[in-house]
Design a binder for this molecule. Structure first.
Ligand SMILES: [Zn+2]
Length: 437
């Protein structure tokens, strides 16, 4: 009987062990790994189609030969996530940080010759930039390595989308005051030709600003009538028009007595206006534009001193009933005061002009020029590249002037604009812009 009892106990123990093993086996697959969710441009894609494809809990080594739980990684067929139309060159892919690797393959499904556009890892995707519009299909694979808890697993996803990048043109403002500058930028997308710009407001030009981007400066001259004007940008694919409403700046009025000898030695010299036209007037032409951005950072007021004549001033000289206009600012300063370049640029004129005396003109790119008049001495030459602060001459009183001062002026084409926004940093050329239509 003892033997039978002992046998019974052993059988009971075996039954209990078998039960425990069975329970372990049954419970094992219930402990699952959450299927990772990934997204492209915020659109999520799900990997699992049946709801139970998952990363299996790994069985302990001692059970490995006895209980055949799936050792193969579950390969799950992808759902298709439709991202739609995207107007971007680079797309943001969000994947869980705990994945051991992430690879992608980008194809053009309707390109039977060269369907694969790019493939690689997550870092390579982050660097990838589209270069043409069209339909695309992106396959993403997440891989999890085997560790002490789980089997290895792969999850595959697919996104379908259409890249539709068009040129984007932006205008800094649609309202401007006489003397302002409007900044226009063009991101040309996949267009390879440079854009062009035209406006009855004056000469303006696009210069390259990084990859397929351009910018231009449109002058609102001091004598532009309060009115509405158009700026037209040709991008190849389409024309974009910016509208600008111009409001008056409210310029000062000055009644001024000019010594007759000064008038006789400048204005009244035969050929004086022809001399001005041939030397300074021609600088408004397109051939004097430097087609790159030379200026860098905020423009500086070249010399300190009392502003004796303001920008845009109406000047009635010697009792005349017609006003002349002052196109720059006059800064009183001692004869011989060094005059630095307001910003980086190229000297496009450095010579004597009957009307304006010793004169220097610096082109800063895209037709934006600063002008320095009445110098006692010129310390630069045509063609020189100058940095901001480089001394280009000395304050004097040459030309149509009654005392030592610097006439400082900013021009784009033949339009004079206010130097102040460039000096105080409020000019649109430094700032953000909004989209045109
Ligand atoms: Zn002046």
């Amino acid at each position: 009987m003892k033997k039978v009892k002992a046998f019974g106990v052993i059988v009971m123990i075996l039954i209990l062990l078998a039960g425990a093993a069975a329970a372990y086996y049954v419970l094992l697959p219930a402990r699952t790994f959450d299927v990772p969710v990934i997204s492209l441009e915020g659109v999520e894609a799900q990997a699992a189609t049946g709801g139970f494809h998952t990363r299996l809990l790994r069985e302990p080594d001692w059970l490995a030969d006895r209980i055949p739980i799936a050792k193969e990684s579950p390969i799950v067929s992808a759902n298709y996530a439709d991202v739609g139309k995207v107007a971007k060159k680079q797309l943001t892919l969000d994947v869980p940080a705990d994945a051991d690797s992430c690879t992608f393959e980008l194809i053009r499904p309707f390109d039977s010759v060269n369907p694969v556009v790019a493939e690689g890892d997550l870092a390579e995707w982050q660097d990838f930039e589209f270069t043409r519009n069209g339909d695309y299909s992106l396959t993403v694979s997440l891989h999890y390595d085997e560790d002490e808890t789980y089997d290895a697993a792969d999850f595959n996803y697919q996104f379908n989308f259409t890249i539709d990048v068009q040129p984007v043109v932006r205008f800094s403002t649609d309202r401007a005051v006489q003397g302002d500058i409007i900044r226009v930028t063009a991101d040309m997308g996949f267009e390879t030709d440079a854009p062009t710009i035209e406006s009855e407001l004056g000469l303006c030009a696009f210069i390259p600003m990084g990859e397929n981007c351009y910018e231009a400066y449109v002058p609102i001259g001091y004598n532009q009538a309060a009115s509405a004007k158009d700026i037209i940008v040709h991008t190849g694919a389409k024309d974009v028009t910016g509208h600008v409403v111009i409001t008056p700046a409210g310029f000062e009025v000055e009644y001024f007595d000019m010594p007759q000898e000064t008038i006789d030695s400048t204005m009244n010299v035969p050929g004086a206006s022809q001399d001005y036209k041939e030397k300074l007037g021609v600088l408004a032409e397109e051939r004097y534009i430097v087609w790159e951005k030379l200026w860098d950072g905020r423009f500086i007021q070249p010399v300190e001193g009392t502003i004796t004549s303001s920008f845009g001033l109406y000047r009635y000289i010697n009792g005349s009933t017609t006003a002349s206009r002052h196109q720059g600012i006059d800064i009183a300063a001692a004869e011989g005061t060094p005059v630095p370049a307001s910003n980086r640029g190229q000297v496009v004129f450095a010579d004597f002009v009957i009307m304006t005396g010793n004169t220097v003109v610096i082109e800063h790119g895209a037709g934006l020029k600063t002008i320095y008049m009445h110098l006692s001495e010129i310390d630069c030459a045509e063609g020189d590249m100058v940095e901001q602060g480089d001394i280009i001459g000395l304050v004097g009183s040459t030309g149509y002037s009654t005392g030592p001062h610097l006439h400082f002026e900013v021009r784009i084409g033949d339009q004079s604009v206010s130097p102040w926004p460039l000096i105080d940093g409020t000019s649109d050329i430094y700032g953000e812009e909004k989209e045109g239509n």
